[in-house]
Every structure is written in C-alpha cells, then in structure tokens.
Design a protein around this ligand. Structure first.
Ligand SMILES: [Mg+2]
Length: 264
C-alpha cells in the first residue's frame, strides 16, 4: 500500500510543450499578417513579436496591436490595420485548435493514474481562463480530480510562493509528505514544493534544465512520464490497475481532426 495520496503537476512545459507550441503559433500569426497585407519579412516580424511578448508579458491581450504600432505605417499603407491584427489573432487561435496537444507520455501516464485512487491535480501559474482552456483543449481535465486544480490567478498567490503549494495540500486535507509535485522548473516548481515537505520530481526533457541552481534538489529527476511511472511503482508502491477493454477515458487523438481543424 502506498503512502502517497496525491500527485500534482505543473502545466506549462510539463504536460505539454508550451515553448514549442507558442513559437509555432507566433510564426503562423506573423505569416498570416504578411498575407493580410503587411509588407515585412516574417522572421523579422517574429523577432519583434517575441520582444513584445517579453516586454508586455505572455498574458497581455494585445500583442499583435502593439507589434503593428512599432512598425512604420508605410508597411501597411492602404490596408486597414485592424484586418492585419485580426489575421494574426485568428492564425494564433487556428494553431491552438489544430496543434495544442499534450506530451504523449504525459497523457498516457495520466490515463494510467486516473485508474488509481491517487488524487491527481495541477498547480499552475497563470490566468484562470487561459490555464483552464489549456486543460480542456489538451483533454487532460477529465483525467484530473475536479477539486484538485489550483491556478495562481484564482488563489491570489503565485509561484514560487510556498503558500500556493500549502494551499493545495490543505484544501484537500493532505499532508505535504503524502503529496508529490512534478514540474519542469527547479526554482518555480521543485524548490517551493520541497520546502514544505512534498515529494518532488523534476522532469527534464532533452538536455535543457530550467531554473538551474535552485537550493533544493528534487527527490527524483526523470526524462519523461514513463520514468515517473517507474518511480511511482518502484519507490512508492503505487499499483496501476491494468487497462480494461473499454479503454477508460477518451483517448486523445489529434489525428481525429481534419486539415481545417474541425472534428473529423
Ligand atoms: Mg513549467
């Protein structure tokens, strides 16, 4: 019998590749703006857009307006700038419909964990509507315990404040020692969770390590969620019930979308 009662996950760059998705969406957006009549080089526009995001934060609502404001007006003379902005916004959303999907191993392991008694939650920093939309679009929400989703915007507390992790544990009557946190960022995810006594798993995909040099070492480092499953089984006695013929919660199937992004 495992002493572990709950497992919480970071969302961005832990359950899906936020960085890779954002780059793809931004590239599609600037290309759409050029098609809509903006006379500029897409790669220069992309660099400019990335600068706007850095200066105004990723949760700012009007990146494409600001991008256009930075450029000389002659680059879109004769074209209504609102159309160019809308083309960028629409392409961003289209990319979201088509390509937002979880890491395959993360999705599969969450499906496995959904057949256990473990509480499965998310502790994430960001705006409530944006983070919730990601969980729904990624089709991860149905695999989580409904009362175990904690978003900084809804708590008035942000990472890396340890209060965010304390709040998740106390809301669900969990001792930190019987709870695990899985994240990609040492400073934002591992250190605060470790400081309150949670078990911590640092997911490092490829060679990149985010937030290096934090003072608290994780209990485990894994390269993907299959290795996380090994940790749960081998070190914490978690037993994963076999999959049934019915297959459990709906399989994530990006191939079920046609090229227009509609359900096939
Ligand atoms: Mg992250």
């Amino acid at each position: 019998m495992s002493a572990l009662r709950a497992i919480f996950f970071d969302l961005d760059d832990t359950l899906y590749s936020t960085s890779e998705f954002a780059l793809r969406a931004r590239r599609n957006s600037v290309e759409a703006m050029v098609k809509a009549g903006l006379r500029a080089d897409p790669s220069a526009l992309l660099a400019e857009l990335i600068e706007v995001v850095e200066e105004f934060s990723s949760n700012y609502e009007r990146h494409f307006d600001q991008l256009l404001q930075r450029l000389p007006r002659r680059l879109y003379r004769g074209v209504n700038p609102a159309i160019i902005v809308a083309a960028g916004v629409a392409a961003y959303h289209d990319t979201k419909f088509r390509y937002l999907c979880p890491y395959e191993d993360a999705y599969e392991v969450l499906r496995d964990l959904a057949r256990t008694e473990l509480i499965r939650g998310v502790i994430t920093a960001g705006l409530a509507n944006k983070q919730a939309e990601k969980l729904v679009r990624l089709r991860i929400a149905p695999l989580l315990s409904p009362g175990a989703i904690f978003i900084s915007d809804q708590l008035g507390i942000n990472k890396p404040n340890i209060k965010m992790y304390q709040r998740a544990c106390s809301d669900l009557n969990l001792k930190p020692a019987e709870s695990m946190y899985v994240g990609d960022n040492a400073a934002m995810d591992i250190e605060p969770a470790k400081r309150i006594g949670m078990l911590t798993v640092h997911v490092i995909r490829g060679s990149t390590s985010v937030g290096k040099g934090a003072g608290y070492a994780p209990d485990w480092i894994v390269g993907n969620f299959w290795e996380l499953l090994d940790v749960l089984r081998d070190h914490l006695g978690v037993v994963i019930p076999p999959r049934t013929a019915e297959g459990g919660p709906e399989q994530h199937a990006p191939q079920a979308f046609d090229t227009d992004g509609r359900m096939a």
